[in-house]
Design a protein around this ligand. Structure first.
Ligand SMILES: *Cc1c(COP(=O)(O)O)cnc(C)c1O
Length: 233
């Protein structure tokens, strides 16, 4: 089996320069994260606030990492998340956005945000449906302490490649439609989409950030401790 550094080099060769590689390190050891860092990775994605806090403490000597929150965020962990993460990809409701906005005002920070959308109804995923998102745009536009940068999505399980590509293309089109509405506080340049199984399709559809875990670090040891409804994968 190839090393983490070799796998990173291989993926980088495949990705256009414009696509940001986020190494997803949930359940990955700090030692493996150091290997990824040594291979040039500076963007790390975590899905749990507690786990991220512990890893950041152990990696505090690596001062130029950008931390990305990609997992479901409960409002009661929003404050901690703002302290730990520069990016939050998984903002999945107006309520959470408004809470983050309030906390960011108090903390004088301006977190970078992706709005998590689901283009098909999917009981396993949170996020806005298209009509819900369109309805919430005026209120989101008022969250002026949030640096809203684009959309994040995860396709439902069980789609074939054509359907996945179509799903990602629809997400890109939704971002373009919102961009064309010229909201003063909503940027739609970023598309956070693509995981180990489907990142090449996401890149074809215009992803700007791919979130890769298993393809870099191998299979995760166990299913998450989370319940099915909490799980994002
Ligand atoms: C776990 C996870 C990933 C990475 O998935 P892999 O299949 O390991 O590449 C990406 N995005 C989110 C939201 C995740 O929870």
């Amino acid at each position: 089996m190839s090393s983490i550094a070799e796998r990173i080099a291989q993926i980088r060769k495949e990705l256009p320069d414009t696509v940001r590689l986020i190494a997803v390190t949930k359940q990955v050891s700090v030692a493996a994260m150091r290997e990824a860092y040594a291979a040039g990775v500076r963007d790390f994605g975590e899905s749990r606030v507690q786990e991220a806090a512990s890893k950041q403490a152990q990696l505090h000597d690596l001062t130029d990492i950008t931390w990305h929150m990609i997992g479901r965020l409960q409002t009661n962990k929003a404050k901690k998340a703002l302290e730990l993460f520069e990016w939050i990809h998984s903002v999945d409701s107006l309520k959470l956005a408004q809470r983050l906005n309030q906390l960011a005002t108090q903390a004088s920070c301006k977190p970078k945000i992706c709005l998590q959308v689901k283009l098909q109804s999917d009981p396993n995923k949170t996020g806005w449906t298209v009509p819900e998102l369109l309805n919430d745009l005026p209120a989101l536009n008022q969250c002026d302490r949030l640096d809203i940068q684009g959309l994040m999505t995860i396709p439902p399980l069980g789609l074939n490649d054509v359907e996945i590509l179509n799903f990602f293309n629809q997400t890109r089109n939704l971002a373009s439609n919102i961009q064309e509405q010229h909201w003063s506080n909503l940027q739609m340049q970023q598309l956070s989409m693509g995981m180990s199984n489907d990142y090449s399709l996401a890149v074809q559809a215009g992803a700007t950030m791919v979130r890769l875990g298993r393809i870099l670090f191998g299979e995760r040891p166990t299913p998450p401790q989370a319940t099915a409804s909490e799980s994002n994968w």
